[in-house]
Design a protein around this ligand. Structure first.
Ligand code: PRP
Ligand code: URA
Length: 212
């Protein structure tokens, strides 16, 4: 059995750390926050995609034949609205051919339950699907579990979660329900406060992304 620790990758690259620091700063205005979030999304998804399946393929350069690869996974990006949209923007630059299925979830701030308000998924997905659930904040884990469950129910085996900041509580919750989900994040923070916000976190990712 794979240890759940091995399934969590904290990306230590200096650009990731610097970008996250700018995002955490409460003085960073919304317009800059959004741009930084797109960049951080791109860095993290790049890391999360190191496991994409490659198949050997020949290519002709202007000079002659070369050995190369093609990607053989059916890649799906699943941004969790709203905050996941900026993460998806960065990810789409990396792999424009990826399919994007939006998942609308809102955390009820009194019960902390994830309430679904939008999900338009196909009835079936190819067996070689690899889903990247994109949600910047992994707090209690309720939203991540709800998003993952949509794809797990359809038989998808390869599900990755990409977040900017993760709380230990959220990681535990995801792995208690889905022990094989891989998590890529820029940081694992101390924990949650009495309102289930990540400490120190970066505040409300959706509000800061969209200036609401
Ligand atoms: C935030 C965040 C996550 C969720 C994390 O979304 O973007 O989706 O909370 O919390 P959890 O791990 O405790 O479920 P929110 O519900 O605030 O919606 P928004 O992105 O539209 O602001
Ligand atoms: N949602 C956020 O946007 N931030 C948190 O810290 C927790 C949930």
């Amino acid at each position: 059995m794979v240890s759940t620790k091995a399934l969590v990758k904290v990306v230590e690259h200096p650009l990731v750390k610097y970008t996250l620091t700018r995002l955490r700063d409460y003085q960073t205005p919304s317009s800059e926050f959004r741009q930084l979030a797109i960049e951080l999304g791109r860095f993290l998804v790049y890391e999360a995609m190191t496991e994409l399946t490659q198949r050997a393929a020949k290519v002709e350069t202007p000079i002659g034949p070369a050995q190369g690869t093609v990607l053989s996974d059916y890649v799906i990006l699943a941004p969790v609205l709203r905050a996941g949209l900026v993460l998806a923007e960065g990810a789409q630059h990396l792999l424009p051919s990826a399919r994007v299925y939006h998942v609308g979830l809102r955390r009820d701030e009194s019960t902390l339950e994830a309430i679904s308000y939008y999900a338009r998924l196909p009835e079936n997905l190819p067996t070689e699907s690899r889903v990247f659930v994109l949600d910047p904040m992994l707090a209690t884990g309720g939203s991540a579990v709800a998003a993952i469950s949509l794809f797990a129910k359809m038989g998808v085996k390869e599900i990755h979660l990409v977040s900017f900041v993760a709380a230990p509580e959220g990681i535990k919750q995801v792995h208690s329900k889905y022990p094989t989900v891989k998590i890529t994040t820029a940081a694992i923070d101390q924990g949650l406060n009495e309102h289930a916000y990540i400490v120190p976190g970066l505040g409300d990712a959706g509000d800061r992304s969209f200036g609401t």
